[in-house]
Each structure stands twice: as C-alpha cells, then as structure tokens.
Design a protein around this ligand. Sequence first.
Ligand code: MN
Length: 288
Amino acid sequence: MGLREISRVVAALRTREGGGFVVRRPFPTPQLDMVDPFLLLDEMGPVEYAPGEAVGAPDHPHRGFETVTYMLEGEFEHEDSAGHRGRIAPGDVQWMTAGDGVVHSEMPAQWIRERGGRVHGFQLWVNLPARDKRIAPRYQDVRARDIPAWRSADGRATIKVIAGSANGVTGAAQTRIPITYLDVLLARDADVTLDLDPSQSAFVYVFGGALQVGAERRTASDGELALLTAGDALRLRASADGARALVLAGQPLREPVARYGPFVMNTREEIYQAVADFQSGRFGRIAR
Ligand code: MN
C-alpha cells in the first residue's frame, strides 16, 4: 500500500476548558469535527501557574466513550464516583473507560494549586462502539516506567508506545477497538519509518518543532494536526529543530455520533437518557 501522506493540515485553536484552563485544541473545531474514532484532542499547556492560579475540571460526568490523560509535566489528581482515586505524574497515562457513566474530578495536584508549577499534557477522547457504550466503567493507570519505547538505531528517534504497536514494540494500554497512540521525539534531521495498520485512520499532531511526512514531504509544524492518507507505513523526517508529535490511529467505527458536552452516544434519545440519568443521580457522586 505504501507510505501515508498528509491529506490536510489543521491548526489547533486556543480555547478554555473545565474550570478555565487554556488548551490548544486541534479538534473538535469549526474546521475539523472529529477523526473517527477520536472525538477530541486537547493539549493542556504548557503553562506555568503562579501560586493559587492552577485550575482543572472539577466534578463532571461522562458516558459513552473513553478519556485518555497523558501527562508530560506537572501532576494531576483524579477522583470519581466509583471510589477510584489516583495521581497522574509525568509520563503516566490514565485510560478511563467511562462506559455507562462516572462523575469525576481532574485537577492539578494540590501542591501545584498551592505553590504553583508547570503543567503540560494531553487529553484524548476515544469513542466507544455502540455495543460498548454502556459497559461498566474501567480504569487503566499506566505508569511511565511501564510504557515501552522503540528507538532508532542511530538514536535520533524515540517513540513511546502508549497503545497499539510501533515497529514490533507493543504498547501498555488495552483498548476496546484497535488504537495506536505514540509519543514521538525526533532529534534534528531524524528520519524514521513506522509500520501503521492500514485499517486505521491516522493523524499526526505536532507540539514542538516541525516534521515532514511521506514521500511528498509536506510539512506540519508546532500546533498543527496533519490528517493522513491510507497506507501501511508512516515516514517522518524532523526539521533542523527536531520535532515532538503524537501519532494517533484507530479503526473507524462508522456509526452515528450524537454528542452533547460530556455525553457521546449514537442517538438523540440516548443523549436525553444520559442527561436524565445524570440529573436523577444515577451516575452517583464523589464521596468526600
Ligand atoms: Mn473528564
């Protein structure tokens, strides 16, 4: 099938989320609604909070999809209505399958809220197939040390495999549908080619430097998302400044999407049901 090329480049928009923290959001935006099976990607920061300034996303519900939080710098505290509590430290991933529904809170750690500090990370929303939208909630807390990496022979490329696989290295997280989630670090002039399952639709989000894709060598730069054509391999060449990027790929669901804030279902009726269930307390509450 050959190399994937860039079909379209979309710039991330700056917006506010949760309690008012600023994110760079490549989608959803007026330019790009979703990349089936992905519903949202937010880059949180990087931001340097002063003491008392850090904000997060206090108690809110989810139903019908998965939220995947990946911290690069700083630390988040998480708690939810099922009694789950945890910390997401630099390099850690929390893969939360909201399924039938949870109420949770995602906040910068108390020490960052009190003393200030730097926060940088990602949140990705992965849609669930209709058959899985109301499964019991599940967490996978993946620690940084348990995330394997592929390294090029010349040492210029390091690819952390959060889910799926890259050149024979299999990722740490289990997924409901085939998903590839890679964190790519390229030194200047790095040139790597990765196998990429041809059944998955894919994009690259660049969050530092710039890179060129495929044989056509179209460029994506910091803050840009590049949608990719079909293919079974992805060639990335870093600029003279190097590049940081996420590569995300997934098997498209090709199902109807009804979304309303934190609920993503297949029909409007299912959205009404989710709102009614939340308002009547069926998602529970966080015990404090
Ligand atoms: Mn959330």
